[in-house]
Design a protein around this ligand. Structure first.
Ligand code: TRP
Ligand code: SF4
Length: 342
């Protein structure tokens, strides 16, 4: 950690979060977590399990919340998020963020929230599903402001996010600038840090997601992984074993090969497929083996963590405490700027 003359930590700060949706899949791993693991060496990182955000849509389905938080935490830790490098915390443990949210909500024009593209999509989905508009809560509409409060709670410089969340970081910048204009220069305008990895499709060729049951979980066992890979989409024109295939029309299996195989193995699969010296079933078995080998250390670590839940809960408790301290500092400064009676 680099320190300047005043002993102040000079590393730039990162904040990001994820909803506790339960066990995470390879899309999370390659799209988000691998990146976080790298970032924790270069930045001061705050990673939040965003359980308040989960409530914005699932306020009436909370029975799995505790398990989901634990599963996300186990997945983060087993892939190498290191509590000695990054602060890992539970959003609802940090009341300071809720306080900051109140202040930010006062200065955020209503139409800024209303033009949020994610919320527009969501409202449309609800409508299409014929769900009542009254199922969309006040808290849901405040979701982007709450996310801004998450980020500004730590005065973060960067927010690593997927493309779907960039609009929220832009809103955060707008809110930070508005605060600074009204009360005086205080908040950093955080920049989105786009994750470059291409989107990993689900095994059926659709968007990967647990609701489609087309994902491989980090925590899946080897047999489950194998069974899932067996179901994967392949070249539709390659119906018989001796039909020659084309990996570029393969759908998803070849994409996964590109992620998990060495260049040699990828070339071998490509040749074998084009010359029909390897069949799809065999190709998939090999791939499943490859995926299992590659994830073995993480899965092993996860099992160990599961047998040491006291430690795991402790990580979150300590992280939340660190997050409280930092965000209290930032909050105190903001409240002072606002000139509240203190
Ligand atoms: N809104 C994000 C999502 O739904 C999760 C999230 C909550 C987040 N707080 C954040 C992401 C702060 C980045 C920064 O996926
Ligand atoms: Fe895809 Fe492999 Fe079948 Fe070729 S052999 S179509 S790469 S699954």
């Amino acid at each position: 950690m680099s320190e300047n003359m005043t002993g102040e930590n000079k590393r730039q700060r990162i904040m990001s979060g994820m909803r506790p949706t339960g066990k995470l899949h390879l899309g999370h791993y390659f799209g988000v977590l691998k990146n976080w693991v790298k970032l924790q060496d270069e930045y001061e990182c705050y990673f939040s399990i965003a359980d308040w955000h989960a409530l914005t849509t699932k306020y009436n389905q909370t029975q799995d919340m505790k398990q989901n938080v634990l599963d996300v935490l186990l997945d983060w830790l087993c892939v190498g998020i290191d509590p000695n490098k990054a602060v890992v915390y539970l959003q609802s443990d940090v009341a300071q963020t809720a306080q900051l949210h109140i202040y930010l909500s006062m200065i955020t024009p209503q139409n800024w929230v209303e033009r949020d593209p994610t919320l527009k999509d969501l409202a449309k989905i609800m409508k299409d599903k014929n769900e009542n508009m009254s199922d969309l809560s006040y808290g849901l509409f405040g979701y982007p402001v709450l996310m801004s409060a998450d980020i500004l709670s730590f005065n973060a410089d960067f927010v690593p996010v997927g493309i779907d969340q960039v609009a929220h970081v832009e809103l955060t910048r707008d809110i930070a600038r508005r605060f600074n204009n009204i009360y005086g220069e205080y908040f950093i305008e955080p920049k989105p840090k786009l994750t470059q990895t291409p989107l990993l499709k689900g095994l059926d060729g659709n968007k990967m997601g647990k609701s489609f049951n087309n994902d491989i979980k980090i925590s899946d066992d080897e047999k489950t992984t194998e069974n899932k890979v067996k179901m994967a989409l392949t070249d539709k024109n390659r119906l018989r074993r001796d039909d020659k295939g084309n990996p570029d029309n393969c759908g998803v299996v070849y994409d996964y090969w590109k992620l998990f195989g060495s260049q040699n193995e990828i070339d071998e699969i490509c040749d074998g497929c084009k010359n029909a010296t390897i069949g799809c079933a065999q190709c998939k078995m090999k791939l499943a083996k490859k995926i299992n080998e590659s994830l073995a250390p993480q899965r092993q670590k996860r099992l160990e963590l599961q047998n040491d839940l006291g430690y795991v809960y402790d990580v979150l408790k300590k992280g939340s405490k660190q997050a409280q301290q930092k965000s209290q500092e930032v909050l105190d400064g903001a409240v002072k700027m606002i000139k509240m009676y203190k």
